[in-house]
Design a protein around this ligand. Structure first.
Ligand code: 5GP
Ligand code: SF4
Ligand code: MG
Length: 475
């Protein structure tokens, strides 16, 4: 069985820098929010690939000794996130394999929707899989390709996969980046400022990684583009028929870091604008606006600015919450949420509160937060969400639960309001979500809000009518 829709990830690659592995490490550090389960870096010293992969956080996995041993001017890395049972070291990327022409490493962000079918085919003809990750399918397709050049093999492999991929490959002397024709997942290109002998390129999931390592943003890797970095510099290839773009709108709403620039816009500014629009669409008489930190902060600022209500931090977050903690035998009310958030009585007592968050998934956290706000003295709690109801699962690389676990898949807004025990609840409209783009929604995927999937599925998430894929692309 493949590990399905559990691949929120970050990728970083550096070509042509004397401390490539160190730069990748810092890039992964900046992108820790995209995956906290495991990390890995692979570098090339021209003679072989040096790999270090482990479960845990970037800061805990890599130290000076490890990085020092990762010689070479090319390196790629990966952060992985998984909430499913399939969280093993064997699924930790970058994957490294030997094929006919030497070693190759791969880092993948996204989710392939026809991986299961391809895997069965490959296994029937003798490929032996080592992980439960969809990414390994790409490696076997490259290894079994009859094309002679590496680029030929990669193009052939990618022409057979469907779904979302932002990819980095590393060989002894080259780095290759690829983004699927719809551009589901982000991928950006930057270069190191020349002057101190640090010429070279970086490719990363988000621009905040470029900022930390002082690389200059050049542009996005375009959907459908393959970039090859080698001794002759950078080459760009667009070998696939163009498809309508389907860039993930949820990256703007929740997933990307607010200091990143995504699809040409600053994420923080976009989130603030979503909050403003939310206030225009769903005003409420109240005493103050308070965010659910951290994800709700920019939207709450926008809501407060537009409504004229004061912004207060009624909830304070502990930023050092790890994966495990010892739960007391005697139960503490709302324990799971309380360990992360604390409600401030001085701010909330006898107040009518607008609480702003980016999304409601299962509704269980929101329910506990609202109870905490009331326990701390809030007189009324009005919840405002800076995106439309999350009603459908994502099959393109964001870890949303199955349809039945999404509260908005079967419940109307007022039923959700009753479940989370809010005095009122309102979401941003789908049109409102695109207001910062003057209403232009073309080029984006919003399937988790609209159910309108750029590639079709049945209820289990299996790909339907794959043979019609080319036709759908033309729509
Ligand atoms: P709920 O009330 O649905 O249990 O939790 C809502 C919270 O989940 C919100 O604060 C939102 O920021 C957060 N959230 C939304 N999408 C995701 C996601 O894909 N992964 C994680 N870890 N949290 C999410
Ligand atoms: Fe992003 Fe939602 Fe589309 Fe998944 S379904 S790619 S989370 S917009
Ligand atoms: Mg949140």
């Amino acid at each position: 069985m493949l590990d399905k829709f559990r691949e929120e990830c970050a990728v970083v690659g550096v070509y042509g820098h004397p401390e490539a592995a160190n730069m990748v490490y810092l890039g992964l550090y900046a992108l820790q929010h995209r995956g906290q389960e495991s990390s890995g870096i692979v570098s090339s010293d021209g003679k072989g690939l040096i790999s270090h992969r482990q479960m845990g956080l970037v800061a805990d996995i890599f130290n000076e000794d490890v990085i020092k041993q990762m010689d070479g001017s090319i390196a790629i890395g990966h952060n992985r996130y998984s909430t499913s049972g399939q969280s093993h070291l064997k699924n930790t990327q970058p994957f490294v394999v030997e094929y006919a022409h030497g070693p190759i490493a791969i880092s993948h962000n996204g989710n392939l929707v026809n991986a299961e079918i391809l895997r069965e085919e490959l296994e029937e003809s003798g490929s032996i899989f080592q992980s439960t990750s969809d990414t390994e399918v790409i490696i076997h397709l490259i290894a079994t390709s009859r094309e002679s050049s590496l680029m030929g093999r990669i193009v052939e492999a990618l022409s057979r996969v469907r779904g979302a991929y932002s990819l980095l490959f590393l060989t002894l002397d080259r780095m290759i980046a690829a983004r699927d024709p719809r551009g589901f997942r982000p991928l950006v290109l930057g270069k190191f400022k020349t002057g101190k002998g640090h010429s070279g390129y970086v490719v990363a999931s988000e621009t905040c990684a470029l900022d930390l390592i002082e690389a200059e943003y050049m542009r996005e890797v375009e959907p459908g583009e393959i970039l090859s970095f080698g001794p002759k510099g950078m080459e760009s290839l667009k070998p696939f028929p163009p498809a309508p773009h389907a860039k993930c709108i949820f990256e703007y709403i929740y997933f990307s870091r607010p200091d990143s620039n995504l699809y040409g816009r600053n994420v923080y500014q976009v989130r603030k604008e979503l909050g403003r629009q939310l206030a225009r669409e769903n005003p409420v008489e109240a005493d103050l606006v308070t965010p659910v930190p951290d994800s709700g902060v920019p939207a709450a600022i926008g809501y407060a600015q537009e409504s004229g209500l004061p912004l207060e931090f009624g909830l304070i977050r502990n930023h050092y919450v790890g994966r495990t903690f010892i739960e007391p035998q005697q139960s503490i009310r709302h324990f799971g949420v309380k360990i992360k958030l604390n409600a401030q009585r001085e701010v909330l007592r006898r107040k009518r509160v607008v609480v702003v968050d980016d999304s409601i998934v299962r509704g269980t956290t929101s329910r506990k937060i609202i109870r905490m706000l009331r326990d701390a003295g809030a007189k009324e709690v009005h919840m405002r969400i800076s995106s439309p109801p999350t009603s459908s699962p994502c099959y393109y690389g964001i870890d949303t639960p199955t349809r039945s676990e999404l509260i908005a898949s079967a419940s109307a807004v007022d039923e959700i309001r009753r479940f989370i025990e809010a005095d009122s609840l309102a979401y941003l409209s789908r049109e409102g979500m695109y207001s910062f783009l003057d209403g232009r929604s073309d080029g984006f995927c919003d399937a988790c809000f609209s159910g309108n999937y750029p590639i079709h599925f049945d209820d289990e998430g299996h790909v339907r009518q794959l043979h019609l894929f080319e036709a759908t692309q033309q729509r």
